[in-house]
Design a binder for this molecule. Structure first.
Ligand code: PXG
Length: 290
């Protein structure tokens, strides 16, 4: 069945889902987006995603022109119309159509679209054996330039990291801050386990506040695990007992090698395996039903 896309208030066929070449989302990467998943007709932490989208929009002075409630019901409608039980949902809000100058005041209305489709998953073998990653030479953009906490349409920094990853035969690359601290991967947050303690970098240094990251922290705290946000250097990763990544697409995925160096025992550790299962359980219950 041909997918139906929500575009500026109406549902259109995929072939008709087109936007203007004068849209500032395209001309300048001026806009914000979200990647959301649904599991068995439940949208995982939908409201948290929308809060992040609206916070990002506010940070770039972009008026979404629609309430969060209304936006959420449009997302649900998109899923129903497309008859999807398990889906990947891409939500995009751009500055809208303007002229050939940067000035956002020339864009009178935002462009809003919602795509719901089947999700392409990482091969299962990575969950069983672990994912090798590299450390990118490209540094994560400074929070003083564009805050990486804003999921903006400016993803070139991440794309440069991803190009390095694929050139090295890997699926993901870890990105460091300008000062050499561990920030996050190109589309995933990073966690370490050291002496039973769960550790992830604070978002203030230049990382997205991941929805999956927060879900994993919730799981750990509920289990009484030790947890902390900590500034990490690459050596902390090489010395870790376990390492894994989190993201909407990847969920929780173990890391077995970083720049060719084996992490921990080289196979997914017991804490990581436990968290993978707990997260999969959570996706069955923690969501907006449709
Ligand atoms: N950091 C960055 C830079 C991201 O883009 C995450 C961390 C993880 O955040 P969530 O909230 O998803 O746990 C992301 C999210 C894709 C894809 O198609 C990427 C993301 C989300 C969905 C799909 O590669 N990145």
């Amino acid at each position: 069945m041909e997918r139906k896309i929500y575009l500026n208030g109406v549902f259109v066929e995929k072939k008709d889902a087109k936007i203007s070449v004068f849209d500032h989302g395209l001309l300048y990467g001026d806009g914000v987006f979200e990647g959301i998943r649904s599991y068995s007709r439940k949208v995982f932490r939908l409201h948290k995603h929308m809060e992040r989208l609206y916070a990002g929009a506010a940070a770039i002075k972009l008026n979404v022109n629609m309430s969060i409630d209304e936006f959420e019901s449009k997302i649900i409608e998109t899923l129903r119309i497309n008859g999807l039980d398990d889906a990947y949902i891409r939500v995009v809000v751009t500055r809208g159509v303007g002229d050939l100058g940067l000035d956002p005041r020339k864009c009178s209305l935002p462009t809003i679209f919602i795509i719901a489709d089947k999700i392409v998953l990482y091969p299962e073998e990575f969950y069983e054996k672990g994912l090798p990653i590299i450390i990118a030479k490209t540094r994560r953009i400074s929070p003083q330039s564009i805050s990486p906490a804003i999921k903006s349409l400016n993803y070139l920094n991440n794309i440069l990291g991803k190009i390095e990853a694929t050139a090295a035969g890997c699926n993901e690359a870890l990105m460091l801050t300008i000062d050499g601290y561990v920030a996050e991967c190109t589309g995933d947050n990073i966690f370490l386990i050291k002496k039973g303690k769960l550790i992830t970098p604070p978002s203030e240094i230049g990382a997205l506040n991941g929805i999956t990251q927060q879900a994993v922290i919730d799981i750990a705290l509920k289990r009484g695990m030790k947890f902390g946000y900590e500034m990490l250097k690459p050596n902390d990763i090489f010395d870790a007992d376990e390492c894994f990544l989190t993201g909407t697409a990847a969920e929780v995925i173990p890391v077995n090698k970083v720049d060719g160096k084996v992490i921990g025992s080289g196979v997914p550790g017991s804490v990581t395996k436990d968290i993978i299962l707990a997260f999969r359980e959570l996706t069955r219950v923690d969501g907006t039903a449709y």
